[in-house]
Design a binder for this molecule. Structure first.
Ligand SMILES: [Zn+2]
Length: 171
């Protein structure tokens, strides 16, 4: 019963129709309908769900626009959203690399039984080096968190990870 229900929903899921962009000011991101006016997403790509969002939240928007103007406006909004998405992706990527760097330092500190407070000392040295070598990038080094609290948390995570890996090796 459950299985049949699920299949029904899947088969109802349709592809995004390009006409919905000027019609309801919607675009598609990762298989979801995203409203170009409020950035809210609609999980199921069905015209009913999308048109309902438009009618209830932005019913009057674009009433005075011609069809061509709606198309232009929608395309503009779509481009703007795509740019925002790109900036967001970039910042998540940068965040990932600074988190990774912080894990690496935590690992070295734990492996060599150094006190957690060394993280702050390492950061000071790192920033001084960055200021000399690549001052334009020193902000990136600033973002690598090496406080005692962060190190303690990272080392705990590394420990848990190792424990679960070891447990996996025991038959
Ligand atoms: Zn909306």
């Amino acid at each position: 019963m459950e299985f049949r229900k699920k299949r029904k929903v899947d088969s109802e899921r349709r592809a995004f129709n390009k006409d919905w962009m000027p019609k309801y000011f919607f675009t598609e991101i990762d298989n979801k309908g995203v409203c170009l006016l409020c950035n809210q997403s609609v999980a199921v790509l069905k015209e009913y769900n999308i048109s309902r969002h438009y009618a209830t939240k932005h019913g009057n928007y674009g009433n005075n626009l011609s069809e061509a103007e709606r198309q232009t406006r929608a395309t503009e909004l779509d481009r703007k959203l795509a740019r925002q998405q790109k900036v967001l992706e970039k910042s998540t990527l940068a965040q990932k690399s600074s988190t990774h760097a912080s894990f690496m330092v935590s690992y070295h500190i734990a492996k060599h039984s150094k006190p957690f407070s060394d993280g702050e000392f390492i950061k000071k040295c790192m920033l001084d080096v960055a200021d000399q070598v690549c001052p334009e990038k020193s902000q990136k080094f600033e973002e690598v968190s090496l406080s005692r609290r962060t190190l303690a948390r990272r080392i705990e995570t590394i420990g848990e990870h190792l424990t679960s890996q070891l447990k996996g090796l025991v038959p």
